[in-house]
Design a binder for this molecule. Structure first.
Ligand code: SAM
Length: 375
């Protein structure tokens, strides 16, 4: 399934809104694909020689690099524009969602009542989303992932899907294949013939990754969890609109409440880089508890690994932590996933950490995966 699937839960931008959205994508592309590389040249010509000289040739620290780069008007301008482009993006994708809120909510209501695909939605009024999600509007999404404007509200999910598409395309990421499809290809190559009966997608957001599992494994029962009610209402309606039977639940990935050994395929997509160490580690323990004998798990994420990188590269990659409300970006980049898997009780011989095969020039997505012995 293409990552930008069309369906009736998408807001329909009018002419001017579409023009603004196109502008944002072009601006982001220019800032990230073209201008970002000139930052490397600024560093190697204007910053590194001086820092090396004052440090007797030693590799400069990230803090020294940061101070020196932000002292350059050219870098500060790029950084401010990049931040501005992200704010502009949310404004541009939010406009049609706000204008069409009544239509989107009534469409969601109809799809949730009729459930043409046979999925379901379980919200929990007593559930309190974790502070790791509510304390910060991750990558500046207005209101954050757990935004809930009351009964029937779908704003968080609508923003997430529309923002995600523009964010990715602004960086030039292809429309060809979803992250879930990469995981499915990986599973098919590594465990040929695997046919799960129950699947769980952790941290599902708008369900963009959950739906492809329901379509790929139509005989399986597919469950997906997230902490945000507004996200889940949208995900449920979207899945129904796309003909995918997915059972959505408002639950925490560190303590899902499902029985031991309930699932034979457990996945997550881009959850780890938006979680603190404690959540990621607890999520891995929960994965192992939930996995049935013979089951497989694949936690896919961005290819952001700091081990072995020069400090200047780490500085460049950490822009999002400091400017784009990504507090766990560097936490994830520094994480030792193999050690985390072992600490979660998953024997090293049964675990795998590495890059997923690329498809059509896609990002080389990263993953932590493993399989439980059949008996
Ligand atoms: C980057 S988004 C995931 C994107 C999604 N999997 C996809 O492929 O489109 C991270 C999601 O994880 C959810 N999340 C964060 N912490 C969580 C937790 N402890 N339990 C469940 N979901 C969580 C957030 O609410 C957010 O929707």
């Amino acid at each position: 399934m293409a990552r930008n699937a069309r369906h009736e839960m998408l807001a329909r931008p009018d002419h001017d809104e579409a023009a603004r959205q196109d502008f944002v994508v072009a601006l982001k592309r220019g800032l990230n694909r073209t201008l970002r590389s000139t930052n490397d040249a600024l560093y190697s010509t204007l910053v590194e020689p001086g820092l090396r000289q004052s440090g007797s040739g030693a590799e400069p620290t990230r803090e020294a690099i940061r101070d020196a780069m932000y002292a350059l008007p050219a870098y500060r301008s790029w950084s401010a524009l990049n931040r501005g482009a992200q704010e502009l993006m949310w404004d541009a994708v939010g406009a049609p969602i706000r204008r069409e809120r009544a239509r989107l909510e009534s469409t969601a209501h109809r799809l949730a009542s009729q459930r043409p695909a046979g999925g379901s939605l379980e919200l929990n009024r007593d559930f309190t989303p974790p502070r790791s999600v509510t304390a910060v509007d991750i990558h500046l999404q207005p209101g954050g992932y757990a935004l809930d404007l009351g009964d029937g509200d779908i704003t968080a999910g609508a923003l997430y899907e529309a923002g995600g598409n523009h964010y990715a395309f602004g960086q030039g990421i292809g429309r060809g294949d979803s992250k879930a499809r990469h995981v499915q290809r990986f599973i098919a190559a590594r465990w040929p013939g695997f046919a799960p009966r129950r699947i769980l997608d952790l941290g599902c957001s708008a369900g963009s990754a959950s739906v492809p599992y329901a379509l790929e494994f139509p005989d399986a029962e597919v469950h997906a969890i997230d902490v945000g009610a507004g996200m889940l209402r949208y995900a449920h309606a979207r899945a129904e609109a796309l003909g995918a039977a997915v059972h959505f639940h408002q639950r925490d990935c560190t303590d899902t409440g499902f029985p031991d050994g309930y699932f034979d395929l457990i996945v997550s997509h881009n959850l780890m880089h938006e979680s603190p160490d404690s959540t990621r580690r607890a999520m891995l323990r929960e994965t192992w508890r939930l996995l049935a004998p013979g089951g497989i798990f694949v936690h896919q994420d961005v290819p952001l690994r700091f081990a072995g990188l020069p400090e200047a590269k780490k500085f460049e990659l950490s822009w999002d932590t400091h400017n784009n409300n990504e507090p766990y970006w560097e936490v994830y980049a520094n994480a030792d996933l193999a050690a985390d898997l072992e600490a979660a009780g998953i024997p090293a011989a049964l675990a795998w950490v590495g890059h997923l095969p690329q498809v059509e020039g896609s990002l080389p997505w990263f993953a932590a995966a493993g399989a439980k012995p059949a008996s």
